[in-house]
Design a protein around this ligand. Structure first.
Ligand code: CDP
Length: 794
């Protein structure tokens, strides 16, 4: 047995402590037996099937749509076009970024794959067949594909339906102090200046997006089963858009096969399933295929960043500045808190104590799919970390300094926390040096550098890449952030049944992260009830308290806090009841995990199960105490949490084929208090694989006409077990001082931290060719070009 397996084995022992620790996932028995219940598993009586006709062109005027032949298909029940939706005032829906998005095109199509018509038929095959019977006449318009050309005076205006709109500009946004930053740059000995592109990628969850809408016309009640990371927020938005009263809408997000940000937004398909059900009076299922998912649902990244770092000759980093061009596609539908049009990108100062920093981001429309999401990261943190960690590595190369030494020299020091960075964030806690030193030890850094020197002498290409990241996760305090006006607090409700078994209802939604286990562990830790006796309910708005959902690693920082606090509320109430049962005063009782006992007399005690029975029994309860053991809270976090990590990657590049092989990857993470180390490792392993994908193979590209070149998994490559190494993980523990259990988020750390480590390793391997930078993905063709001193080929 590996040490990890051994620890898991021990976790199954009946003697293991109750609470935090490496216990197996409660949800896995149903998944490994094929008993998961996903949206596509849902079959309702009389259910119809919807399919979407999509635009083949990236930019075109819609001249006419003829649906008569499709309607004549014997199995077709309805065909819905933009004109039909216009009559219902539903042709356009608000986005998460104060813009509107076409549900079905009415005037123009603005990206390849845009929704044009919706067919509802007796079965999925007939619905798909009937799409081919719809005649659409388009008048092609010049597309705007290159974000750099979007603001040219002669660029076609994509959003000409918006009143007064004469260009493709969406926003300008800045953070930090430009003048101060210019001043530190003016006195720097060294400035590194580089254009760094984070290409458009896609979350590509295993399960694509889908919905089953069931509108019951007599009660006027809509039940919507959908792939959603945020069921409550979706319900509120549906109520606002469709005019159905909120209490008449139930959103159920059953088992979800991966979200990674892809299931945060409300896609036209969800709305069309609802309209289809209202129009036909029957339930309607819509599930997209892989190409629809890759071509029309939310992309991620697509940032062109001009970055500069300034330092002294001996390697003291003075300042950072960047100018970013953000490609938002045809509708500004990016998911992020209202006040931050570029998300949390201004965390780009990373883990370093700088004198000044400034960033400016300009968002533009292009003829591409809309909806930039934080693919497995907290609102643009991935872009920020990639930028700073590439720049720091370039600076090390320029100064001829070891990249580890440069980082160690510039880290924010432990005594500086809470640390206010130059763009306004207050980092809650951190202790960076031990994490980096641990990673260096684990990988055997000094020996690797010796090996590299020997290999270089023989013409072999080996690279070692470091990244050190700080994330900002757990959005977020109501006073600072909201999404479309909804504050980002989370609720939790806990009920202890008379026999001492419990149910905790949470407002976040698991998509594979193991919440049914870890949230039970939080209750277990606080109350001493075994996790197997605690049911975790999530993903159903009729069953759970309001909250904004799961993304940006916010579940543990926000809902985890809520669950700890609601447990403590129960514990306090249990004390009053135990005192009544023991005929003593509450202040004479002492808590020991699972029971209250009389100080000095541990045998006079009441366990949680006894107290629960007492609460529901016949004893006289103290004044003001209800006869139950239930509680609820809404938790508004005082700050975000700032997990961090040190990652080291070792690559070998075949000099004949330019193929990059990731030989080793060491990841040392610090997410504060660790609830379940096994689940944390699982989260990290998945994120590291994501990082290999983005660094080496994933990109959604477009040709000059706006044809999507990444529309299938034959073109959009994602890593398999063959392309990833055996991960080596370690950790340090620096608790969050403000979180009820000291935990920070971790779900996305590895996706955020790994791409720069891999690219830094690739560039390091290519040092003999004087390569200073190369853009992702580092495919063999691109690496080959870099080795020849040529520009990156497409
Ligand atoms: O919001 P999301 O669930 O994606 O991210 P998260 O809050 O970072 O949690 C991911 C998973 O790791 C959950 O099951 C957490 O409870 C678990 N976790 C943990 O065991 N300890 C931590 N300090 C953070 C997360």
């Amino acid at each position: 047995l590996t040490p990890e397996r051994e620890a898991n084995h021990a976790a199954d022992s009946p003697d293991r402590p109750i609470g935090f620790g490496r216990i197996q996932r409660k949800e896995d028995p149903r998944f490994v037996r094929g008993r998961g219940n996903y949206v596509d598993d849902i079959v309702l009586p009389g259910m119809l099937h919807g399919a979407i006709l999509r635009s083949p062109l990236a930019h075109a005027r819609l001249v006419s749509i003829d649906t008569s032949e499709a309607l004549a298909h014997p199995k077709v029940v309805a065909v819905i076009t933009g004109k039909d939706l216009e009559a219902l005032n539903l042709a356009w829906a608000p986005t998460l970024s104060a813009d509107v998005q076409a549900v079905l095109a009415t005037d123009k199509v603005r990206f390849q794959g845009q929704e044009v018509a919706f067919v509802v038929a007796e079965d999925r095959y007939a619905a798909r067949d009937a799409l081919e019977l719809i005649e659409v006449e388009y008048e092609a318009l010049p597309p705007v594909i290159d974000a750099r050309r979007a603001l040219d005076p002669d660029a076609a205006v994509i959003r000409d339906e918006l009143p007064g709109r004469t260009d493709n500009h969406i926003f300008d946004w800045e953070a930090g102090d430009a003048a101060e930053t210019d001043a530190v740059f003016a006195r720097a000995d060294v400035v590194v200046d580089q254009e760094i592109i984070y290409p458009r990628v896609h979350p590509a969850p295993m399960e694509t997006c889908g919905a089953v809408a069931d509108f019951e016309p007599v009660e006027g009640k809509l039940t919507l089963y959908e792939t959603s990371q945020a069921p409550h927020a979706h319900r509120t938005l549906f109520a606002m858009v469709a005019g159905i009263p909120e209490h008449k809408i139930r959103v159920v997000s059953p088992d979800i096969g991966g979200g990674f940000g892809n299931k945060v937004g409300i896609y036209p398909g969800y709305i069309l399933a609802v309209v289809g059900s209202i129009v036909t009076g029957r339930p309607v299922k819509w599930v997209e295929d892989r190409s629809e998912n890759l071509m029309s649902t939310s992309f991620a990244r697509d940032y062109i960043m001009q970055g500069q770092i300034a330092a002294t000759a001996d390697g003291r980093i003075l300042g950072l500045r960047t100018n970013v061009l953000a490609d938002h596609g045809a509708f500004n539908a990016t998911a992020q808190p209202t006040k931050y049009p570029a998300g949390f990108f201004h965390i780009f100062t990373g883990s370093y104590d700088l004198e000044a920093a400034h960033c400016k981001v300009t968002g533009v429309y292009t003829n591409k799919a809309p909806g930039g999401v934080a693919y497995a990261c907290s609102f643009r943190v991935t872009e920020a970390v990639y930028l700073v960690e590439r720049l720091v590595d370039m600076l090390a190369q320029r100064l001829d300094m070891d990249p580890a030494e440069l980082r160690l020299k510039n880290f924010i020091q432990p005594e500086q926390f809470p640390y206010k960075n130059k763009t306004g964030w207050e980092y809650d806690s951190g202790n960076y040096e031990p994490a980096l030193r641990k990673a260096l030890d684990m990988v055997g850094y000094d020996e690797l550098r010796v090996e590299q020197a020997e290999k270089r002498a023989r013409g072999e290409l080996m690279g070692i890449g470091i990244s050190f990241f700080t994330e900002t996760v757990g959005a977020g305090p109501r006073k600072h952030m909201d999404i479309v006006g909804l504050g980002m607090a989370d609720g939790a409700e806990l009920r202890i049944h008379p026999t001492g078994k419990a149910v905790v209802r949470i407002s976040v939604q698991s998509q594979g992260q193991g919440h049914e286990t870890t949230f039970a562990q939080i209750v277990a830790e606080e109350l001493g009830i075994p996790p197997e006796d605690i049911d975790v309910v999530h993903g159903d708005t009729d069953q759970t308290p309001f909250g904004l959902g799961t993304y940006g690693s916010r579940s543990t920082p926000v809902s985890g806090g809520a669950v700890a606090l609601v447990s403590r509320k129960i514990r306090d109430k249990a004390r009053l009841i135990a005192a009544a049962m023991l005929e003593t005063r509450p202040e004479d009782l002492e808590w020991e995990k699972g029971r209250w006992f009389v100080k000095g007399d541990p045998s006079a005690a009441k366990t949680m199960a006894e107290i629960a029975m007492g609460a529901h029994g016949t004893i006289t309860l103290p004044d003001g105490v209800d006869g139950n053991l239930d509680a609820e809270v809404t938790y508004d976090p005082p700050n975000l949490t700032f997990p961090f990590g040190a990652y080291i990657c070792v690559v070998d590049i075949d000099p004949g084929t330019a193929r990059v092989k990731v030989r080793r990857f060491v990841a040392v993470d610090d997410c504060g208090t660790r609830i379940n180390p096994m689940i944390i490792e699982g989260q990290l392993h998945g994120g590291l694989a994501d990082g290999v994908g983005m660094a080496l193979m994933e990109i959604i590209e477009f040709d000059d006409e706006g044809n999507c070149l990444g529309g299938s998994l034959m073109d959009y490559l994602i890593p398999t077990a063959m392309e990833v190494p055996t991960w080596e993980s370690g950790h340090t523990v620096t608790p969050s001082p403000h979180h009820p259990i000291g935990a920070k988020g971790v779900g996305e750390s590895a996706t955020v931290g790994s791409p720069p480590a891999i690219v830094n390793a690739v560039v390091d391997a290519l040092a003999p060719f004087n390569v200073a930078h190369m853009d992702m993905p580092c495919t063999p063709a691109r690496v080959w070009a870099a080795m020849q001193g040529r520009a990156t080929p497409p």
